[in-house]
Design a protein around this ligand. Structure first.
Ligand code: S3P
Length: 441
């Protein structure tokens, strides 16, 4: 079957209400934490994408039973020290950095060597950011050139650590937090701001955690070796998946969209703050609180007069997965947009900063790059007429989806390869845009 799509027409005006796929970060965390709880957890609206399916398969390999029911997954945990690791085990994390890095945290007390492997894209990513701190707990970890496959052998003599997480990586922070629940004593983390779903889950599960939030850093203390009870969780919609639709509605002609039931956690809504600074006027309604997470419906309408942004650096972390589509808005905005310190963007499923700049170049948008700072010279009259082929992007799901949004709003004739990539985070993506009227071949 062909693994590319063609888009030859811009999307027509639409007015609709949709839901998007469930939050990937929360889905993976729920699976991993349920596998460590005591009793049967029920996870409703779990994201059924490859990253999450690989998470379920991983806990199964470690001896945890799960079953899919009509509208929830049941996961039967038997406590903190219950992973069956008395034989050598291989775990396949596929494309998921979150799964590979977080599960390493839970293996710091494995009895035997567990090998973590992944697909080509994941095998190019840096694992020293998690193996470094996890070795300090006492685990023995081996890898070649800081990357996958990583082999971990745990210890019975875990010692708590005091760690400064400087990258602003939630995966790194969470791997340490997961190792901390296995470790007697108090683990202390000073972390540069990043998404805080693990912290909120710990609080709602009554895992002993203390948090002090300051403007730039979070100070976290976790008391380990305290078993916690199974839980029920309803996973909300993903803001990172919503981002493609926000930008689609914003850049399309005379369109309106409501995205229902999306997680609007402060550590994730950088995209909304950035787009609103660019005059998008996105609003949040029907706000609710769910186990510490904030949920809302997002309202967005087309805007013809978008302004440039000088993007405050402290929004980088809360918009980290959304910059590809933010750059599309900057391309169509009046004036020169400035983004600084985007180092982490090149450490994702693909080197997204490099890829985004190649993309802007291809569609005739001027930019300047100074290491990890970029200036984008917007063109409010941008109308594409050429033929464009998007390939060789390491099957990065977000590059695929961003290209679809560009094709549907900027015009031109497009062939976009590696359609399968959307299975990692948003298997329903193409059906959802077709629902809004997009013509895709
Ligand atoms: C994630 C954290 C971010 C993000 C990724 C998911 C998470 O990565 O880009 O898509 O669920 O913790 P980093 O921790 O590398 O910043």
């Amino acid at each position: 079957m062909k693994n590319y799509i063609k888009i030859n027409n811009k999307i027509k005006p639409f007015s609709n209400k949709i839901s998007v796929s469930s939050d990937k970060s929360i889905s993976i965390r729920c699976v991993l934490l349920a596998s460590q709880a005591i009793g049967t957890s029920k996870i409703f609206n779990l994201l059924e994408s490859e990253d999450v399916i690989n998470s379920l398969r991983s806990i199964k390999k470690l001896g945890v039973y799960y079953k899919k029911y009509r509208d929830y997954y049941e996961i039967r945990g038997t406590g903190l020290n219950s992973y069956v690791t008395n034989k050598k085990i291989k775990i396949y994390a596929g494309n998921s950095g979150t799964l590979a890095r977080l599960i390493l945290g839970l293996l710091v007390n494995s009895k035997n060597t567990v090998t973590i492997d992944g697909d080509k894209s994941l095998s190019k990513r840096d694992f020293s950011r998690v193996t470094g701190p996890l070795e300090k707990f006492g685990a023995i970890i081996k890898s070649k050139n800081k990357s996958l496959p990583v082999r971990i052998l745990g210890t019975d003599f875990l010692r708590p650590i005091d760690y400064f997480e400087k990258l602003g990586s939630a995966q790194c922070k969470s791997a340490i937090m997961l190792a901390a629940i296995k470790t007697p004593g108090i683990t202390k983390i000073k972390a540069k701001k990043s998404r805080n779903h693990t912290e909120l889950l710990y609080k709602s599960l009554k895992i002993p955690i203390k948090i002090l939030n300051t403007r730039k850093h979070d100070y976290i203390e976790i008391e380990g070796q305290k078993n916690f009870k199974a839980f029920n969780y309803y996973v909300p919609g993903d803001i990172s998946s919503s981002a493609f639709f926000l930008v689609l509605a914003l850049l399309a002609k005379k369109s309106k969209l409501i995205i229902k039931n999306v997680n609007i956690n402060k550590s994730r809504i950088g995209i909304i703050k950035i787009l609103n600074k660019m005059n998008a006027k996105i609003t949040l309604k029907n706000k609710k609180n769910y186990k510490g997470e904030k949920i809302a419906d997002i309202f967005v309408e087309s805007k013809t007069k978008l302004k440039r942004i000088i993007c405050p650096r402290d929004l980088n972390s809360s918009a980290i997965d959304e910059f590809l589509v933010i750059f599309l808005v900057a391309a169509k905005a009046e004036g020169i947009s400035i983004f600084k310190n985007l180092t982490e963007l090149n450490k994702k499923e693909s080197p997204r900063l490099d890829i985004a700049l190649k993309f802007l170049n291809m569609i005739g948008i001027k930019f300047l790059r100074d290491r990890d700072d970029i200036k984008i010279y917007g063109n409010p009259n941008l109308e594409l007429k050429g033929n464009y082929i998007i390939k060789n992007f390491r099957k990065d799901h977000r590059v695929f989806m961003m290209s679809c949004i560009a094709a549907l709003t900027f015009g031109g004739k497009w062939k976009i390869c590696d359609k399968d990539s959307i299975k990692t985070s948003f298997p329903n993506f193409l059906n959802k845009i077709k629902l809004l009227g997009a013509k895709i071949n």
